[in-house]
Design a protein. Structure first.
Length: 465
């Protein structure tokens, strides 16, 4: 099947024949728009934090408060990946098997799931938001800012989940540029609206959250307009709802959902440990530094995930078509692209981290502490490229058990470091947990991948007829 060539298809879309196109070209054409989309998506959180950090007098404390909200926001958003990344690989596999009716049914069921779950999450999160903030590391000085931000942000949960979840179904059909446009619309809107609401209207932290919600609404309308229109081969339809289809989606999606949810549990644990060992004074300062540090890591992990998630459709399609030779070739090119990216980010983190930190604060004490933390935290970034592709590659082919085991091992190593290192060497040593877990997890992932590839996927030397 040629994606993006049906009658009525957007003329700007790339023509991607997943059966015969050169693998290297496919990887680059699908990976780059997805990677750039994630780069732009990072601005949703970074722009908010950048402007908040520069609010006169309260900037650093308000930034720490918003940083506490970050893991909660991402934890809620991970539900979109439960459905989006759970359904998109299945849709790709059905397309590879030439079963468009089943592909259409998958999208219909996923749209219903996203809608229902987003409403339930909005109501549930509103009810327990105060307790969550206290549990996740808020202090007396940071709580008011965290509460104000999260309350307004949660009003846009429906828009955020629909945009993130449904965008996967645009990308998996070969429309990577359209997927990128949906993210750009929201990010550009946020960049424009943030200073207006925060400074011009003098709404502070609340204004940052409101600007984000409006931006998410703009992205959501664009995504719905595209998937309900006639330019895409498989579009949103109504009916054909089947609990069995939903269970298959959740079975595949539970891996990325738990992976993303656990990532935020790790950050929440890190914040709690920092608050405990740092005390009221140094704890708040370290929380601010960690907020900036995690913002930098978003620039690393989200585009890296964009590469590996954006190319899942190649792996899923050829897995469905029984073409292990093309899967093997694709993964070699994906890993090479990931390594180029992580090497670039490693050099930036080691050589010029202060350029990034100064976007958020001009306080020299905060700058010095955060620069040191970034240099330590990113020591294992380069091998992280291999870990991401192996885990997301298995997920894209529906092999969720292997992906889950490898990802959870990395998180267990990280969690152990968070609680053990401060006891042994003081609170500042906690930032070594990331490079330790990155290196250990990558070595284990490579060993498992080499042992399982032929048995699960097939001999890459054999080409299907």
């Amino acid at each position: 099947m040629k994606l993006g060539t049906k009658k009525g298809t957007d003329s700007a879309a790339l023509e991607n024949d997943l059966d015969t196109d050169d693998i290297r070209g496919l990887v680059w054409r699908l990976a780059f728009p997805s990677m750039l989309a994630q780069f732009v998506s990072v601005f949703y959180s970074i722009v908010d934090r950048m402007y908040i950090g520069n609010i006169p007098e309260i900037g650093e404390v308000a930034l720490a408060g918003v940083g506490i909200c970050g893991p909660i926001v991402t934890l809620i958003s991970s539900v979109a990946f439960l459905v989006g990344i759970g359904g998109a690989p299945l849709l790709s596999i059905r397309l590879g098997a030439k079963d468009e009716r089943a592909a259409s049914q998958i999208l219909a069921n996923c749209f219903l799931m996203l809608t229902v779950l987003s409403v339930l999450l909005t109501v549930g999160s509103m009810a327990v938001r105060e307790k969550l903030l206290w549990w996740f590391g808020a202090g007396e000085t940071t709580f008011p800012y965290a509460m104000e931000y999260i309350t307004w942000y949660l009003t846009g949960t429906v828009f955020a989940l629909l945009t993130t979840g449904l965008n996967q179904f645009i990308i998996c059909q070969g429309f990577a540029k359209i997927g990128m446009k949906s993210v750009v619309i929201g990010a550009v809107s946020n960049i424009i609206l943030d200073p207006v609401f925060i400074f011009v209207l003098q709404m502070g932290v609340k204004g940052a959250a409101i600007a984000t919600v409006i931006s998410q609404l703009a992205s959501c309308l664009f995504v719905l307009g595209f998937l309900l229109g006639r330019r895409v081969p498989i579009r949103i339809t109504f009916g054909g709802y089947d609990w069995k289809v939903m269970k298959r989606v959740m079975k595949v999606g539970v891996t990325p959902f738990i992976i993303i949810a656990m990532d935020n549990v790790l950050i929440i644990s890190l914040n709690a440990v920092i608050q405990r060992y740092g005390g009221p004074a140094e704890g708040d300062m370290l929380l601010t530094c960690n907020t900036i540090l995690q913002s930098f890591m978003l620039i690393v992990t989200m585009p890296l995930g964009g590469i590996t998630l954006g190319t899942q459709t190649i792996l899923g399609y050829n897995y469905g078509a029984k073409r292990p030779d093309r899967i093997w070739k694709a993964q070699k090119h994906i890993v090479a692209l990931c390594l180029m990216f992580t090497t670039t980010m490693f050099l930036a983190a080691q050589l010029v981290p202060e350029l990034f930190v100064r976007i958020f604060t001009q306080n020299d004490a905060y700058i010095d502490m955060t620069v040191k933390a970034i240099r330590i935290y990113t020591l294992g970034v380069i091998p992280l490229a291999v870990q991401y592709e192996i885990v997301d590659g298995f997920t894209g082919m529906g092999i969720s058990s292997a992906a889950m085991a490898l990802s959870m091992w990395r998180k267990l190593v990280y969690l152990g470091g968070v609680f053990l290192l401060p006891e042994i060497a003081g609170i500042h040593s906690v930032f070594y947990t990331e490079p330790i877990s990155d290196v250990v997890a990558t070595v284990c992932s490579v060993v498992v991948y080499l042992l399982l590839f032929k048995r699960i996927i097939g001999d890459p030397g054999k080409v299907a007829a």
